[in-house]
Design a protein around this ligand. Structure first.
Ligand SMILES: NC(=O)C1=CN([C@@H]2O[C@H](COP(=O)(O)OP(=O)(O)OC[C@H]3O[C@@H](n4cnc5c(N)ncnc54)[C@H](OP(=O)(O)O)[C@@H]3O)[C@@H](O)[C@H]2O)[C@@H](O)CC1
Ligand SMILES: Nc1ncnc2c1ncn2[C@@H]1O[C@H](COP(=O)(O)OP(=O)(O)O)[C@@H](O)[C@H]1O
Ligand SMILES: [K+]
Length: 501
């Protein structure tokens, strides 16, 4: 199963339930202890630490963590930012326990001695408005330190649901975040991808319910990772058709088509609506047709460099009316925006349909300003699936995959190296290749999105879009090797993925 990501209301419910079962301060004690242990793992040598605490329970976690670190031999300074009385009983008790050690309590972090580790326990999931005053100053102090930056639960200022800054005001930027009970969506998408650094989830000994928002794991598409049956031929791996080729943008279709081949499609055909080509000399395996017979295709990609001609639109309509699995990308998405006839054809499709917009395309289809998409990508992705009936892949940092049934996944792989022309075309071709190989709907989409991102992991410079699929294919190979190792009765189990639940 995927890693569950809980929303605030669900976290609050768990918090209340376990406060009743375990006692009101047990979770805070566990959170503070887990944070101290995590910091010790990150920096086993004892050193100087400053913990900045806010007025709520996040601050309470900070006081507990500070006391345990101090008992472990770290030299800890604690700041009760603004010097106010904490707002909850548990946080008051945690502050009192720190006070009982006789240590100085600072109210301004700028007064503290230099520290090798700084810990942000200002605000967690209870931050309801933009940082101002002493809290904003404290967040700035945190960011300015040349130290290891650790946030408790979430980086202060981050909206745990959307991954944006609360009220648009930037907060803490951590090198590492230890988050309690479960992951939260905002840690894995948008600004959250930068603000959290490494994320460690600590469930505090609580069993976490399954939820409708998940972080994709390899196990979510483990059928794709199983070995292919040996007694097969290219007919078993299907036919992908790529329709593009508007004036001057042939490359996009070629990139999508090549990617489908690399990801294991049996045959890949290209139709160029406005341009003419009979051969791609660098990938002679591709076959070109003036007009594809859609009834012969298992999966079709439409939109990459398609243009907006009448011919293109007519062809799009034929694709929508076909029984092939359809990946709708780029120009085809823009065509759908504001066109009721096309939208209705999308909605009424019987075969699998995936739309792959980036934020701007999503804004066009929904008729929203771009800011409304970026403000809440999870909910906007869901809006798109409800509007179109299709599986939505809302691309970007922390790509969101969602179904109309309201189950969503956030994809954890990918880097800014993917922010390069043609990278979305590659993804479309990869998804279609999975359809052609007849995997289940969500196996197809989740595997392609995950592997596409994985291909760019560790790359902080630039890559060619054409290189993404070959690298993704190598990762898929490694996963299949690992899966085979694991499930082979005569082999030792040394695989890196834990395949069984
Ligand atoms: N969930 C769990 O099970 C567990 C939760 N735990 C921990 O508790 C944390 C949640 O605690 P929390 O609810 O007390 O919220 P937190 O973020 O500390 O502060 C909220 C306070 O700040 C205030 N306030 C808000 N914004 C403000 C602003 N801009 N400027 C100034 N004030 C502002 C707000 O006031 P109000 O909005 O009511 O006026 C409220 O009083 C959670 O993240 C985790 O660390 C763990 O201990 C164990 C398990
Ligand atoms: N900063 C980023 N981090 C992770 N993935 C990214 C980032 N920027 C872009 N991507 C990914 O790169 C691809 C870009 O797609 P798209 O914008 O359609 O490109 P193009 O139109 O050039 O093909 C998407 O899969 C998107 O998720
Ligand atoms: K925090």
């Amino acid at each position: 199963m995927s890693v569950s990501l809980l929303e605030i209301a669900q976290l609050r419910e768990l918090e209340e339930k376990y406060a009743r079962i375990l006692g009101p301060d047990v979770l805070m004690q566990r959170a503070g202890k887990a944070a101290a242990e995590y910091i010790r793992e990150l920096h086993p040598e004892t050193c100087t630490v400053t913990v900045i605490c806010g007025p709520g329970n996040n601050g309470g976690d900070g006081y507990v963590c500070a006391k345990i670190l101090s008992e472990l031999g770290y030299q800890v300074s604690v700041v009760n930012v603004g010097g106010k009385t904490p707002k909850t009983e548990q946080a008051k008790e945690a502050l009192a326990a720190w006070e009982a050690t006789g240590a100085t309590i600072y109210t301004d972090p700028y007064d503290t001695p230099k520290a090798q580790i700084v810990v942000d326990a200002l605000f967690g999931i209870g931050q309801t408005r933009a940082l101002v005053g002493e809290y904003l100053d404290a967040a700035m102090w945190f960011n300015e330190r040349r130290a290891l930056h650790v946030s408790l639960d979430i980086p202060t200022g981050l909206d745990s649901q959307t991954g944006n800054w609360v009220g648009g005001r930037a907060g803490c930027r951590a090198d590492a975040t230890i988050t309690f009970l479960s992951g939260k969506p905002g840690l894995y998408t948008s600004i959250g991808k930068d603000a959290c650094g490494e994320v460690q989830v600590e469930n505090l000994g609580i069993s976490i319910p399954l939820t409708k928002i998940n972080l994709t794991e390899v196990k979510d598409f483990k059928h794709v990772c199983a070995s292919r049956t040996k007694n097969t031929s290219k007919a078993d791996y299907g036919r992908v058709g790529v329709i593009g080729g508007g004036k001057g943008t042939v490359g996009a279709a070629l990139i999508a088509a090549r990617s489908a081949l690399y990801m294991g499609a049996g045959r890949v055909y290209v139709e160029l609506v406005e341009e003419k080509m009979d051969l791609d000399p660098s990938v002679p395996e591709l076959m070109f047709r003036d007009k594809l017979d859609l009834s012969e295709m298992d999966a079709v990609v439409i939109g990459c460099g398609l243009g907006f001609s009448e011919k293109a639109k007519a062809r799009f309509i034929e694709c929508l009316q076909s029984d092939a699995a359809l990946v709708i990308d780029a120009d085809a998405l823009t065509m759908v925006a504001g066109d009721e006839e096309l939208l209705s054809l999308v909605t009424h499709r019987r075969a699998h349909t995936v739309i792959t917009p980036h934020n701007a395309e999503a804004a066009r289809i929904l008729g929203y300003p771009l800011e409304e998409i970026t403000a809440d990508r999870l909910n906007r992705a869901l809006d798109l699936s409800v509007l179109t009936g299709a599986v939505t892949v809302l691309k970007g940092a922390g790509t969101i995959v969602c179904q109309r049934s309201s189950i969503s996944w956030i994809n954890p792989t990918g880097t800014p190296a993917l922010a390069t022309a043609g990278s979305g075309d590659t993804l479309s071709g990869m998804i279609a290749a999975m359809f052609a190989q007849r995997y289940e709907l969500m196996d197809c989409v989740l595997s392609a999105v995950y592997l596409h991102g994985l291909a760019a992991e560790g790359c902080d410079s630039g890559i060619l879009a054409s290189d993404i699929a070959p690298t993704a294919a190598e990762f898929l190979q490694a996963l299949r090797d690992s899966y085979r190792e694991h499930f082979h009765p005569l082999r030792e189990r040394t695989d890196p993925v834990s395949w069984e639940d």
